[in-house]
Design a binder for this molecule. Structure first.
Ligand SMILES: Cc1ncc(COP(=O)(O)O)c(C=O)c1O
Ligand SMILES: Nc1c(O)cccc1C(=O)C[C@H](N)C(=O)O
Length: 428
């Protein structure tokens, strides 16, 4: 392994590709000629296997009609549970602690409705000021529904530098008026990983429940939610897991909480054998399945079957190993090639604190992103000054990373970015 050794040459990149034992997975993905995709942290690419399982599900509908619920390639009635079992190794959970259902924001609403139980003076929710806005909107609206003012009841831990969060600051904010904590596993801008094990232990020591938004970590890093005793978590499957745009999300509920009534109930949360009794008294499933609401979005579940097969074959530990190595390689190249152009790496440098992407800060970031796209490189921009670059373990080559940095250097030397306005696009 050459990870501690670095050369800025294309030959070195090609050598790393030769030594990459995940490189054969690249052929499974629809990569576009003349384009280098660096945005798998926002929307992962389509794989042939995901396409196949989607088409098989369409065939089930074509051939079986209503009987597709129990027959065919992928019976729909138990598809969410099956995908939950397939996802469980990625989050370190028992198979019945995970269900593939809803979306990130909907699952968060469900989990707050279920686990936020203000009592006495313990009425506040603790989050952080760098969290993705949809989570904050959900928390604010849930507080309002409970009759509390979000201005006083949603506590957002401050970042010291606008980039990272300090676990010590979060622990200090775990005061005895906090009922529930919601934090990201990985911050969507800087890519910082939070120490979930430590935060969970500290929350529990103070009698507080804690849940995590895993959107930016699932499929990129391993987790041990059960072992760490995390209370609940939720995520989307369309980023690192390549489940497709708007694909169905996932949630984890620690089995010690099975039996807690779902805050937002619906008939798909029923015990499977009871559901079609059609009683007006819900008998919830004794699993994470209890937190489903209505009929699953079958065609948005189907691609994940093929995609999760790939993750099972590759192994999340191997994926993490390559992800760390290729992101380190990217940072080495940035430092070597771009030192004179005003960039700053805004991601943690230590492996244990960095997720699956690198955040590159620059005051001209919005228009540098536009110039990259014009040159066939697909990054994304996050206001006010961040270019996110995600070399993805399953389908990005070292040679591509090398090429991205050469293109970026040329854009800076030739000031190509000046041809564009320094403003974000409608979808940033
Ligand atoms: C960290 C995080 N939380 C929440 C969301 C919202 O997800 P969704 O729109 O699927 O509900 C996203 C992505 O859009 C995200 O990255
Ligand atoms: N969910 C998205 C969408 O509907 C359109 C465009 C992008 C997204 C994203 O997922 C963005 C992503 N959460 C982020 O980290 O910024």
């Amino acid at each position: 392994m050459l990870s501690n050794f670095f050369q800025p040459t294309l030959d070195f990149a090609k050598q790393l590709d030769k030594e990459d034992n995940l490189s054969h997975f690249r052929e499974e993905f629809y990569l576009q000629p003349d384009s280098i995709y660096m945005d798998g942290n926002s929307l992962g690419l389509l794989s042939r296997r995901a396409e196949r399982t989607l088409l098989e599900s369409l065939a089930d509908w074509k051939e079986h009609g209503i009987d597709g619920w129990t027959q065919g390639n992928h019976p729909w009635f138990t598809l969410s549970e099956k995908l939950g079992e397939m996802s469980a190794p990625l989050v370190g959970a028992f198979p019945n602690e995970v269900i593939v259902t809803g979306s990130t924001t909907v699952n968060l609403h469900q989990l707050i409705a279920t686990f936020y139980k203000p009592q006495g003076t313990r009425t506040k929710i603790l989050a952080d000021e760098l969290t993705f806005p949809s989570d904050i909107y959900a928390l604010q609206s849930q507080l309002r529904t409970h009759g509390y003012d979000p201005d006083t009841h949603l506590i957002r831990v401050k970042s010291r530098d606008g980039r990272f969060l300090e676990e010590d600051d979060m622990i200090e904010a775990m005061t005895d008026d906090i009922a529930l904590i919601i934090l990201p596993t990985v911050l969507y801008r800087s890519g910082q990983i939070l120490d979930m094990k430590r935060l969970t232990a500290e929350a529990h020591r103070r009698g507080i429940l804690i849940g995590f938004d895993g959107c930016h970590s699932i499929g990129a890093i391993p987790h041990s939610f059960s072992e760490w005793d995390v209370d609940f978590a939720y995520w989307c499957n369309y980023k690192h897991l390549n489940g497709g745009p708007g694909g169905v999300g996932g949630l984890f509920v620690n089995r010690k909480h099975f039996g807690t009534s779902p805050g937002l109930a619906g008939w798909f949360g029923s015990r499977k054998d009871k559901q079609f009794d059609m009683e007006h008294k819900l008998t919830p499933a004794e699993s994470a399945g209890a937190y489903q609401i209505g009929t699953p979005h079958v065609l948005s579940l189907a691609p994940l079957l093929g995609s999760l097969e790939i993750f099972a074959e590759a192994g999340i530990e191997h994926i993490r190993q390559k992800s760390l190595q290729i992101n380190q390689y990217l940072m080495n190249l940035i430092e070597h090639e771009l030192a004179d152009y005003g960039f700053m790496i805004g991601s943690p440098r230590e492996d244990v604190r960095r997720g699956g992407h690198v955040s590159l800060e620059h005051e001209e970031a919005a228009r540098i992103c536009k110039a990259l796209k014009k040159n066939g490189v697909i990054p994304d921009f996050r206001a006010p000054n961040i270019i996110r670059l995600a070399p993805v373990a399953l389908y990005t080559s070292y040679a591509e990373v090398w090429e991205v940095i050469q293109i970026l250097k040329k854009i800076m030397i030739e000031e190509q970015y000046k041809l564009f306005h320094n403003e974000r696009e409608i979808v940033a």
